[in-house]
Ligand binder design. Structure first.
Ligand SMILES: Cc1ncc(COP(=O)(O)O)c(C=O)c1O
Length: 361
């Protein structure tokens, strides 16, 4: 059967993207999904109305240039519209970035573990993957990243805050790193979760972007803005890079509903940031509680908490949460738990206490 169609052999080697599991049901318990880093808060007022209005004319294609969204983002970030590239989520921007830089014979350097799409996109372009293990505390190993660069390297991906481990990249780290990277190699700072970061040292992506012409930002409305289901994100890039990105992004990929919802949400950005900081406060307390319970947590700056566990324990922890109708994300080396409603986090707290007791009994 495998010879039936002329598919690329390389497909067999693609790492799979494993989406966050839906919660299992348990009698009498409301199910919660804490496995995809979604925003659990209700949509901002105005956003749902904007989506409903855009849905009135589904027969028409969206504005292919997302003109209003691009203009508003440019004004918000104080850049030229030519530097903003909208896409169907940050995922599409990341995909486009690999598309304009990678091919067979080139390499891409990125921290690992990090966002699961990085190796998938590298495989899709036929480039050599150079994952650089994170440091013990879940931070990027910048020395290791520098050492992995050679003259085949066309793209470097950084993730701040890092998904799944949580720490953000600091200004000092990024400045030092950029000084070591050849100026013609594109470095991506994936800031999908930057609104949740509270660490005083966290790099300000826009300030860094102004300093380094080869730095591209990938941002999204999926997380702090709570619009994951609509698929809208954007890149901020030097106009030359931005033009190349537009060449490979599918026309009309950002739907009308996504465009207006993002415009509306951006107009309420102050509220978005207040809510993100509330999520961050819940995250810090939750992290502290899990640590007090005896688990090893990292310093997360995203809307999730990372618990380091051996693979067997990670599976047992995931199963214990599932028995309480809470889906969390098990990955190599631990579990990632998205910040969700109090009731869901309380169940995980109880699981954590019982889990540690069972291990020390
Ligand atoms: C680090 C990181 N980057 C990018 C994305 C993609 O987000 P989206 O395509 O929903 O904008 C995600 C999604 O989980 C992520 O965790």
């Amino acid at each position: 059967m495998s010879n039936r169609f002329l598919l690329r052999d390389a497909l067999a080697e693609f790492p799979p993207y494993v989406p966050g599991k839906p919660p299992t049901t348990a009698p009498g318990l409301k199910p919660y999904k804490l496995s995809s880093n979604e925003n659990h808060l209700a949509p901002l007022p105005g956003v749902v109305d904007a989506i409903a209005e855009a849905g009135q004319v589904p027969a028409n294609y969206p504005d292919p240039k997302s003109t209003k969204l691009v203009a508003d983002l440019a004004a918000h970030l104080d850049v030229d519209a030519s530097e903003i590239v909208p896409g169907a989520g940050a995922s599409e921007i990341l995909s486009a970035l690999t598309n304009i830089t990678l091919e067979a014979g080139t390499s891409v350097v990125y921290p690992w573990p990090s966002f699961e799409m990085y190796p998938i996109l590298a495989s899709a372009r036929g480039a050599q993957k150079r994952p650089v293990p994170l440091l013990e505390d879940g931070r990027h190993d910048f020395q290791g990243l520098v050492a992995a660069i050679d003259d085949t390297t066309r793209l470097i991906l950084l993730c701040s805050p890092n998904n799944p481990t949580g720490p953000s990249v600091s200004t000092v780290e990024l400045d030092g790193f950029m000084a070591e990277v050849p100026a013609e190699v594109i470095v991506v700072l994936d800031e999908a979760y930057f609104e949740f970061a509270t660490d005083a040292e966290v790099v300000d992506g826009m300030a860094a972007y102004r300093k380094f012409p080869n730095l591209v930002l990938a941002r999204t409305f999926s997380k702090a803005h709570g619009l994951a289901g609509l698929r809208v994100g954007f890149g901020v890039a030097d106009p030359t890079i931005a033009t190349a990105l537009r060449q490979v992004i599918a026309p009309f990929s950002v739907t009308s509903a996504a465009q207006v919802a993002a415009v509306e949400s951006l107009s309420r950005n102050d509220e978005v940031l207040v809510r993100a900081k509330e999520v961050a406060a819940t995250r810090d307390q939750f992290e502290q509680d899990l640590s007090d319970a005896g688990l090893t947590v990292s310093d997360s700056q995203g809307n999730y908490v990372w618990v380091s566990l051996g693979d067997e324990d990670a599976q047992a922890f995931e199963e214990a949460c599932a028995a309480q109708a809470v889906a969390i994300r098990r990955l190599s080396g631990g579990v990632r738990i998205s910040v969700g409603p109090d009731e869901a986090l309380d169940r995980v707290r109880e699981v954590a206490t019982a889990f540690v007791e069972s291990r020390t009994a």
